[in-house]
Ligand binder design. Structure first.
Ligand SMILES: *Cc1c(COP(=O)(O)O)cnc(C)c1O
Length: 369
C-alpha cells in the first residue's frame, strides 16, 4: 500500500486519545503533603512485601520468571482458583490494554458507562475501536441502558464494579442480568479494583461468573488495598481460551521480579488486608457523615474514596475548594474529565488527613458564606 503522508501516521484513534492525567502529588513548599488523589492506601504495603522487595535488590541482573508462576500460585491459593487461568500484568492497566488489543479493532465498538474509569476509553481508542458511552442512573451503571447500546459491532463491555470515581456498585444479581443479556461473542470485563473494600452482602467481584462463562473476565489490582501501586501489578482471571489468546501477545517478561515477590507475599498477608478494611470502614463512614454535616452531598461509596459534590455558587465551587485544599497540602482529585465538574474525589486517608480535610472544608464553606 502506498501513502501520501510525509511522515509516519499513527493508526486511527490514537490521536483522539486524551492522555490520562494522574492525580496530583505536589503541595506548596513547606506544607505537609496529604495525597488523597489516587486511592492509595494510608496503611502502606505489607511489611512482609517490603521485605520481599528489598531481598530482590541483589538479583537485579536476572530476568524475572516470565510466567510469574509463584505469584499466580499465591493468588490462586488465596481465592481457590486455577493458576493456569490467571495472567499478571504491569498494573491492571496493562491487562485492560491487552484485552482491547486482542478483541477489538477498527469498526468494533467498546462500551463503558458515563462516569466510568477513563482507561477504558484510552484502551478502546488505542486499538482503533469506537468508544460507546452509556448513560448512568443516579451515578450508577444502568444494565438496561448498557444492553440497549449493544449492536452487531459491539465486542467488549467494561464495567468497573465498584466504579471509580463514583464509588457506586452493581449488586451481583444485576451483573448476572447484564451478562445474561449479552450475546455470547461480546466480552464482559469486570474491573474489580476495589473489591476488597466492599462490605455489602449483595456484592461479588465476579469469580463465579468467570468460572462458569466463556465471555467474562475479571481484573484485579495490587495498587489499592495491597499498597503496591509503585510496583505496577495487576491480575486477571478468565476463561482458558482468553488466557491463551492474551499470553500470545503478552510481553515475555511483562511483570518485574520485585512485583512478583512482593505481590506473592502481599496477597497472603490477610491480616494486613483486614487492617486496611477496618480502617476504611471506620473512616469512610466518619468522613461521609462529617462532610454531610457541612451541607455537602456525598455519593454513598463502597470503595476507599468518596465523591463530594459542591455548590455552583461562586466562592463555593469544586474548583475553588480544590485550590483551597491544595494550599493546605490536601490533594484531592478533580473529576471534571469524568463529566463531574462540580465534584472532587477524596481518597480515605489517615485519621490525620481525613480530619484535616473536614476541618479545611468547614473553613472554606464558612469563609465563602
Ligand atoms: C486504580 C484502578 C485500577 C488499577 O489500576 P492499576 O493499573 O492496577 O494500578 C483499575 N481500575 C480502576 C477502576 C481503578 O480505579
Amino acid at each position: 500500500m502506498t501513502s501520501a503522508a510525509s511522515r509516519p501516521v499513527p493508526r486511527p484513534g490514537i490521536l483522539d486519545i486524551e492522555a490520562y492525567v494522574p492525580g496530583k502529588s505536589a503541595a506548596p513548599a513547606g506544607v505537609k503533603l496529604h495525597k488523597l488523589s489516587s486511592n492509595e492506601t494510608p496503611l502502606g504495603a505489607s511489611p512482609l512485601a517490603i521485605e520481599a522487595y528489598q531481598a530482590l535488590a541483589g538479583k537485579l541482573e536476572l530476568y524475572p520468571d516470565g510466567s510469574a508462576t509463584r505469584l499466580r500460585e499465591a493468588i490462586a491459593a488465596r481465592y481457590g482458583l486455577d493458576p493456569a487461568r490467571i495472567i499478571c500484568g504491569t498494573g491492571s492497566d496493562e491487562l485492560l490494554q491487552m484485552l482491547t488489543k486482542a478483541y477489538l479493532g477498527q469498526g468494533d465498538e467498546g462500551i463503558f458507562t458515563e462516569h466510568g474509569f477513563l482507561v477504558y476509553r484510552i484502551a478502546i481508542l488505542a486499538a482503533s475501536g469506537t468508544p460507546v458511552v452509556v448513560k448512568e442512573r443516579d451515578l450508577t451503571a444502568d444494565v438496561d441502558a448498557i444492553l440497549a447500546a449493544v449492536t452487531p459491532a459491539t465486542k467488549i463491555v467494561f464495567l468497573a464494579n465498584p466504579n471509580n470515581p463514583t464509588g457506586t456498585y452493581l449488586p451481583f444479581d444485576e451483573v448476572k442480568r447484564l451478562h445474561a443479556g449479552l450475546p455470547p461473542h461480546v466480552l464482559l470485563v469486570l474491573d474489580a479494583a476495589y473489591a476488597e473494600y466492599v462490605r455489602r452482602n449483595d456484592y461479588a467481584a465476579g469469580l463465579e461468573l468467570v468460572a462458569e462463562s466463556e465471555n467474562v473476565v475479571m481484573t484485579r489490582t495490587f495498587s489499592k488495598i495491597h499498597g503496591l501501586a509503585n510496583l505496577r501489578l495487576g491480575w486477571l482471571y478468565g476463561p482458558a481460551h482468553l488466557v491463551d489468546a492474551l499470553n500470545r501477545i503478552r510481553g515475555p517478561f511483562n511483570v518485574n521480579g520485585a512485583a512478583i515477590e512482593a505481590g506473592a507475599v502481599a496477597i497472603a498477608d490477610e491480616a494486613h488486608v483486614a487492617a486496611a478494611i477496618a480502617h476504611n470502614d471506620r473512616w469512610l463512614a466518619w468522613t461521609t457523615a462529617e462532610l454531610e454535616k457541612l451541607g455537602l452531598t456525598v455519593t454513598p461509596s463502597v470503595g476507599n474514596f468518596v465523591l463530594i459534590h459542591f455548590p455552583t455558587t461562586k466562592g463555593r465551587t469544586a474548583k475553588e475548594a480544590d485550590a483551597f485544599l491544595t494550599g493546605r497540602g490536601l490533594i484531592l482529585r478533580s473529576v471534571a474529565a469524568y463529566g463531574l465538574p462540580d465534584a472532587l474525589r477524596m481518597t480515605i486517608g489517615s485519621e490525620e488527613a481525613n480530619r484535616l480535610v473536614v476541618a479545611a472544608l468547614a473553613e472554606f464553606l464558612a469563609g465563602a458564606a
